[in-house]
Ligand binder design. Structure first.
Ligand SMILES: Nc1ncnc2c1ncn2[C@@H]1O[C@H](COP(=O)(O)OP(=O)(O)O)[C@@H](O)[C@H]1O
Ligand SMILES: [Mg+2]
Length: 442
């Protein structure tokens, strides 16, 4: 990739305030002095998306963009900057459900605060999900905990994955955006989303309202992506036109060929002491490695996300397994070497059934129940689609993108039905394993 400008904002005067935490531009580079004692600044890379959000004066700023275009990271940085640089500001960060916020943005944001040397556990109210810095604060909330919102007013509200919300949610939140501010400053709404719903309220309604600015972005705006990830996004062109449009070009498209509609999100798992269960495992490196624990209880499958993490090795997976209850593991059959390693480490790891179409057919015929805490699994199951051929015909293979937990759960469901009979039959009956690995302990 050609060289990208990492920051191109207009320079501002360099002044380190007496109470520390200077965040600003020094010779066109973003620098951070975490506290007054630090005299060598830490340089922090930002993307043009950070700068565009920072400079926008609109009441509502809508970040529409493809996968990995730095929407989330840039807004995290922007609100850390406003938290530390502005006085008496209340920042609200929200997703439709608190569970999904907690496992994504909230986690990332706390990690960034720590990385920047700003985080102080004494300033973190973990029961209210409020992080305070001097006179300003950030509150994390899901719209499913509306009662907490009753008295809360904000200067800035960020609606992450804004597709999940309704127009009404937006107007209610906008009414909350009325915390007192000083003259010349303005309270603002920020939204971020992938353009996956061309018929949704954001393109159909919000974007044509006045005082709304759209910031469009693609992976090309983000110089921090790995080549492998960029390739994955570019390769979508060979997979599916709509996916390419939405996730690579960041343009409005529609996801209309959903594979699973036979699932339901439940508040939490019921008592599983009578259930049969096993794990499904999908290996990743740039992509996340994924483990799903699948339970079969009274003829229904329950899918629980246990691991979803990028950049980990097989050794890390084995380490993770030491914290899990021991049971059968059905893993990606193309990764024979990894399966063997796990098997040798003392786990019952098997090659899962290879046939994707058969596996999906089988999963489609079951009732799939997902606890609300399995947020990545819910995200994947909602966007898991059949490929569309160039002539517009639907193909009988899924788009290979954000499908890691989908693969893992398919391996597990197939393994379980092979072993215990079909889920619609009465569970039980220890059928012999038909997919024993072809190797033994060395
Ligand atoms: N300024 C930055 N510095 C370092 N890494 C960044 C920066 N901006 C984005 N990234 C990284 O790039 C990846 C994609 O960014 P992300 O914000 O998740 O994109 P989006 O929300 O648009 O899908 C993430 O791994 C993120 O940490
Ligand atoms: Mg994001």
């Amino acid at each position: 990739m050609e060289e990208k400008i990492v920051a191109y904002a207009t320079p501002r005067p360099r002044e380190i305030p007496p109470d520390g935490y200077y965040w600003g531009i020094d010779d066109y580079k973003w620098v951070l002095y975490p506290n007054p004692e630090v005299t060598t600044p830490r340089e922090i890379g930002v993307t043009p998306i950070y700068d565009k959000n920072r400079e926008s004066g609109a009441k509502t700023i809508v970040n529409v963009g493809g996968a990995g275009s730095s929407k989330s990271h840039s807004l995290e940085q922007l609100f850390i900057e406003r938290l530390t640089q502005e006085k008496n500001k209340r920042i609200g960060i929200t997703r439709k459900t608190f569970n999904s916020l907690r496992m994504t943005t909230m986690l990332d944001m706390v990690a960034l605060l720590k990385d920047y040397g700003i985080y102080d556990p004494n300033h973190h109210n973990k029961s209210e999900h409020i992080y305070t810095h001097n006179s300003s604060s950030i509150q994390f909330f899901g719209l499913d905990e509306a009662e907490k919102l009753k008295s809360a007013n904000f200067n800035y509200i960020w609606m992450e994955e804004a597709n999940e919300f309704t127009y009404k949610d937006y107007t209610i939140l906008k009414l909350r955006c009325r915390h007192p501010t000083i003259e010349g400053e303005r309270n603002q709404m920020f939204l971020s989303l992938n353009p996956s719903d061309a018929n949704g309220w954001i393109p159909k309604r919000l974007l044509s309202e006045s005082d709304v600015e759209m910031i469009h972005s693609t992976f090309e705006d983000n110089p921090f992506l790995s080549q492998d990830y960029i390739q994955t996004i570019k390769d979508l062109i060979h997979q599916d036109a709509n996916f390419y449009k939405i996730y690579a070009l960041g343009e409005w498209g529609l996801l209309q060929r959903r594979i699973y509609i036979n699932y339901k999100v439940i508040p939490e798992l019921p008592d599983m002491s009578e259930a049969k269960w096993c794990y499904g495992l999908d290996f990743g490196l740039v992509n996340p490695s994924a483990i799903v624990k699948v339970y079969l209880l009274s003829g229904q499958f329950y899918l629980e996300e246990r691991l979803y993490k990028s950049g980990i090795t097989n050794k890390d997976i084995i380490e993770h397994l030491t914290h899990e209850e021991k049971g059968d593991i059905y893993a990606d059959p193309s990764a024979k070497q990894m399966i063997e390693e796990i098997f040798r480490a003392g786990y019952n790891a098997y090659e899962a059934h290879k046939d994707v179409k058969d596996g999906i057919d089988l999963c489609q015929r079951q009732t799939l129940l997902v606890p609300a805490s399995s947020v990545h699994l819910i995200e994947e199951i909602q966007s898991y689609q059949w490929k569309e051929a160039k002539d517009g015909n639907i193909m009988s293979e899924p788009v290979k993108f954000n499908d890691h937990l989908m693969d893992a759960m398919r391996y597990a469901v197939y393994g379980m039905t092979e072993r215990y009979g079909f889920a619609t039959a009465k569970p039980g009956g220890d059928k012999p394993q038909s997919m024993r690995p072809s190797f033994s302990f060395g």
